[in-house]
Design a protein around this ligand. Sequence first.
Ligand SMILES: *[C@@H]1O[C@H](CO)[C@@H](O)[C@H](O)[C@H]1NC(C)=O
Ligand SMILES: *[C@@H]1O[C@H](CO)[C@@H](O)[C@H](O)[C@H]1NC(C)=O
Ligand SMILES: *[C@@H]1O[C@H](CO)[C@@H](O)[C@H](O)[C@H]1NC(C)=O
Ligand SMILES: *[C@@H]1O[C@H](CO)[C@@H](O)[C@H](O)[C@H]1NC(C)=O
Length: 493
Amino acid sequence: MAGKTTGIVALCATILLLQAQSVCAVTFAIPSKTGAAGYTYAPLDPAPVGISFEFFTFPSYMTNVTATHQCLANWKNLSGTWPPIRIGGTTQDRASFGAASEAYVTYSVANPADAPMSLTFGKRFMTLAGGYNGSVVVGLNRGKDNIENTIAAAKVAVTEIPNLLAIELGNEPEYYPKDGQPIARGTWNPAVDAASQISWITRLGSAVGRPNIIQAGNWNQAPPEWGAAQMMARETPQARQYIRHYAHHNYPGGSVQKLQSHAQTVSNVRGLFDADVAAVRRSGREYVLGETNSVSGGGAANVSPTFGAALWTMDYVLQATSRNISRTYFHHGTIGNCQYCFWGRYSMGAPYYGATAAVALLGGGARHLAALDNGNSAFAGYVTFDSEGRPLRVLLYNSEYWTGSGSGARRVEGFTLTGLPGGLERVRAKRLTSPGGAMDRVDRGGEITFGGQKFQDGTCVLQGEDRVEVVSVVEARVTLEVKATEALLVYLQ
Ligand SMILES: *[C@@H]1O[C@H](CO)[C@@H](O)[C@H](O)[C@H]1NC(C)=O
Ligand SMILES: *[C@@H]1O[C@H](CO)[C@@H](O)[C@H](O)[C@H]1NC(C)=O
Ligand SMILES: *[C@@H]1O[C@H](CO)[C@@H](O)[C@H](O)[C@H]1NC(C)=O
Ligand SMILES: *[C@@H]1O[C@H](CO)[C@@H](O)[C@H](O)[C@H]1NC(C)=O
């Protein structure tokens, strides 16, 4: 059997060499129901794809960037749930609460592309967050070592934000010594930080009087050194009652080709997080990627705004979700100086399209997700299941790198789905594609579409007719073609 399989693979490779357009099938057996043998199943949060807003700029995104509301509303329409948001980042540890402040936020910068070194926010900041219909995580300051000010801010957050999910106490605290943060005077390492977090959690938790209110962790450096497991080992019962869940940050970086590689994404997510996630889940709590995106520091100009990065966004959040990471919050920084942002004042970012394809797979009644491939090749498959355990939708991804006709013919892969539900006569599908491939950008005329549709620059309003492909099912199987640097969402119901 093994010999025969190898033979087919070899034959396939030969055909591909002879004829660049030839179809060489990948086969995925669709489990008949949630829990069927051979796969691991992740229970799904109602909205696993979230948005993180850099603290100082959150009011501007909400009140002064037209696309923000519509981009979030599109996902509510698609999935049935408003996407979760998180407000935080480096500037949360530069922020002070001003009880007398009438403004959302007050700061000054020499250049609009800069983030402020210090800022003040008023009660209105929290009232604005409270107007959002989805769940909200708010990041507060620990670096300045002024716990009274942070408790005062937390009390306002609790009263003003009806959908408050959790509060963070500090952002990426491993960098506090480098940032000159007062709390990190003297020795600062994972053990000292964990003790500091636990002490703050206990004091702040009892001051606001609400259990399960803290999102702990929030490191960027890799686990296990800066991970949840080491902090959990130090938790006291007093602190434990307030810790709702743990979060970690992640910015994989690298070239577009490396970023969009499915095998690379699998190795990044599983290698960094599997053990830490398992430790937290064993304690009965969630694990989230509290702040993440393609490349740190606002993104890389030649990487983050591309269609390849859009495909990474899709694959990455699906891979993370399939490994029991409950929610993934994609960071949005300084308006006008943000390469990885999904939208801005003037243009859509390609990654919004990838994230939207993931939302379309995960939303709308999906309860479980399973990865269909072993993560070793360029070809990926994910399947969701409904509340009755029946397969609902499949997402197929061909991560082979292609950058336009100058880079050779665009190869096509045939994905065969077998074991489809009895009685299913045809499947419908929506394609996530761009004619120029991986380096296409919306702001440079790239024609990126999902199901033939686009989102209008500046407003994020869905444009154009829905283009749905229909393919017949024969003997419970169907073969679907996906080009290099492309993905296809397949509806099984
Ligand atoms: C809104 O954005 C514009 C363009 O950057 C800026 O000039 C203006 O000051 C902003 N207004 C507020 C209230 O933030
Ligand atoms: C909302 O979703 C429906 C399908 O569920 C779609 O037909 C419609 O165009 C969407 N509307 C907007 C504004 O996105
Ligand atoms: C919240 O939801 C209500 C009802 O669906 C809607 O009218 C309102 O515009 C939403 N608010 C925001 C800020 O999105
Ligand atoms: C995710 O959690 C589910 C249910 O708790 C479990 O069955 C599954 O094995 C977990 N997945 C991984 C990759 O550990």
